[in-house]
Design a protein. Structure first.
Ligand code: GDP
Ligand code: IMO
Ligand code: MG
Length: 419
């Protein structure tokens, strides 16, 4: 059997959590492969709303194993509050959630370092989620990190050594902090984490594949935030693309099956960095209002704009997307016309290539299509799609050269049309 992958094709928050939840019944196991509590994956069903940070979005479907893979960075304090929130709402998960020994730990001082680095950057700050993601992956790559498996042997010594090193850096940045309180919360989180099965998840995943089981790999963030191919340096610190599923779970590239690329019918971004199709007018505000575009983790207003097909063609290529999933179609319901960016004009030259530097002189070239002006939220099957909506789908499929297999018409699990 192969591993199917679900990932975001834009700047995150495309609706990955919802789609993972909808597709989980087709799989035996769901595994998160990168990122950490910078993610906020929202699921809605039976009039309840849940936001998942480190826990995979397959957790609500009965009888499925969920894995936090080695590519994920985990903060025990956030993990504990996430688990307790789920337990309180009647979703105990200790026996269905396994954690990789090789996942790196976000220490309290990583969070402080994240804040110190951002403060020092001033106007050029990344606008991180402040969860310690960059410093944790930095320590991983510089071979100074601590992993979940380290919690099981002589942890205190390793921890004190790491913290002493971090304190030296914080002093260089002249950063003021109070470590005691967050440290206490963190160690309480460690005790909670240790109640879960901490395993070599790559062995379990590959055994399941050998036994013919089906696995769904869940990505966080989006391809335009990928550390190699995103709008660097305004990116996250992991490989959010399909290749990240191989390194983040221990799966061979030839074991990858379908790649589901998730995108919104328009586009959003949180944090700093270039965004060619961003709208600063009332249309942008309308998208924000209708789409409730406020960060699920930080509550920050998301920047909104038209769909960018230059960027989408690029991320579809990098990921080898086999099936597209269009989200939030209903947010465009009231628009008389809809714009789509088909190419860029860069210093007078029109191009369909995604440039090295997205921040300098990139002007989007738009085509305008008629809107459908129909309430999509109640639609049950594709036969009910208005003609203008069908035309929008045909246009996108021609431009992107990949079929749109799923259309989402509202936040609820049930508001999903599989084509
Ligand atoms: P993720 O990080 O990719 O999982 O996405 P987020 O959960 O951060 O953001 C997506 C938001 O859109 C959440 O609030 C979802 O409940 C919501 N959502 C998902 N699909 C749809 C849809 O088709 N229509 C509308 N209106 N909202 C949606
Ligand atoms: P999900 O999985 C949207 C953005 C931050 C910032 C940049 C770096 O919910 O789609 P980091 O804290 O990772 O160092 O921040 O990346 N970012 C996200 N934006 N959705 C996310 O996750 C994000 N995770 C990080 O806003 O611009
Ligand atoms: Mg999100």
């Amino acid at each position: 059997m192969k591993v199917d992958v679900i990932l975001g094709l834009q700047w995150g928050d495309e609706g990955k959590g919802k789609v993972v939840d909808v597709l989980t019944p087709n799989y035996n196991m769901v595994a998160r492969f990168q990122g950490g509590p910078n993610a906020g994956h929202t699921l809605e069903f039976e009039n309840q709303k849940y936001v998942l940070r480190s826990i995979p979005s397959g957790i609500f479907q009965k009888g499925k194993i969920n894995i936090v893979g080695n590519g994920v960075v985990i903060d025990p304090a956030t993990f504990k509050s996430e688990v307790e929130g789920l337990e309180a709402s009647g979703h105990p998960l200790t026996d269905r959630l396994y954690i990789s020994k090789k996942a790196h730990l976000i220490l309290p001082t990583h969070r402080l370092l994240d804040a110190a680095y951002e403060q020092a950057k001033g106007d050029s700050k990344i606008g991180t989620t402040g969860k310690g993601i960059g410093p944790t992956y930095t320590d991983k790559v510089s071979r100074n990190g601590l992993r979940v498996g380290d919690l099981l042997h002589n942890f205190d010594e390793k921890y004190q050594k790491a913290v002493a090193r971090h304190k030296e850096i914080l002093a260089q940045y002249n950063f003021k902090y109070n470590l005691e309180e967050i440290e206490k919360e963190w160690f309480e989180g460690v005790e909670k984490l240790k109640t879960f099965q901490i395993i070599d998840s790559e062995n379990l995943i590959n055994k399941c594949l050998k036994d013919g089981e089906k696995i769904l790999a869940e990505g966080a963030q989006g391809s335009l935030l990928d550390v190699d191919f995103g709008s660097y340096p305004f990116v996250t610190s992991s490989n959010t693309i399909c290749a990240g599923a191989c390194t983040g779970l221990g799966i061979a590239p030839r074991k990858i099956g379908d790649v589901f690329g998730i995108f919104k019918a328009y586009c959003t971004r949180v944090g700093s960095g270039p965004f060619p199709t961003e709208l600063f007018d009332e249309t942008g505000q309308l998208l924000r209002d209708k789409g409730h575009e406020y960060g699920s983790v930080t509550g920050r207003p998301r920047r909104c704009g038209w769909i960018d097909l230059v960027a989408l063609r690029y991320t579809i290529m990098i990921n080898g997307v086999t099936k597209l999933v269009m989200m939030k179609s209903d947010v465009l319901d009231s628009f008389e016309t809809i714009k789509a960016c088909v190419s860029y004009n860069i210093n007078g030259i029109e191009t369909e290539d995604f440039p090295f530097d997205l921040s300098e002189g990139v002007e989007p070239v738009y085509v305008e299509l008629p809107g459908w002006q129909t309430d999509m939220t109640q639609i049950q099957s594709e036969n009910e799609f208005p003609e203008e909506f069908n035309n929008y789908l045909i246009f996108l499929e021609q431009e992107l050269e990949v079929p749109i297999a799923i259309v989402s018409v509202g936040p609820d699990r049930a508001q999903t049309i599989i084509r």
